[in-house]
Write a new protein. Structure first.
Length: 118
């Protein structure tokens, strides 16, 4: 049975992991998100970065993080391989709906899966 949980082990938490991603990861640009990824270890993990440059309102920043977490939680089994992924929200992401965020993240994850196949 498929697990839809989102455990602490599914998140990138350490600063050293974020630095490793930024230095050696590949990038996928999108209208709303920049995604940096590199091969992980045991399972796919996600880190989400939404700075105050996106919005000064914590409500909006937290909403974007929630959209990213939810998409990852529901679709991580579609990823081939184990990846460490950092999703960085751009300024335009502040005003998107959940449907737009999911659509944008879907294209990112599809491109990531294509990269994994190469």
């Amino acid at each position: 049975m498929r697990s839809f949980s989102f455990d602490k082990a599914d998140r990138i938490l350490k600063r050293s992991d974020f630095i490793r991603l930024s230095e050696s990861g590949k990038r996928i640009h999108n209208r709303y998100f920049l995604t940096v990824f590199c091969p992980g270890h045991k399972r796919s993990r996600i880190g989400i970065t939404v700075s105050r440059k996106v919005s000064h309102h914590a409500v909006i920043r937290n909403r974007l993080k929630r959209y990213c977490r939810e998409y990852f939680r529901l679709n991580r089994d579609r990823l081939t391989g184990n990846w460490d992924i950092n999703v960085i929200a751009g300024k335009e992401a502040a005003e998107i709906s959940a449907a737009q965020a999911f659509s944008s993240l879907k294209t990112v994850f599809e491109r990531l899966s294509k990269e994994a196949g190469n």
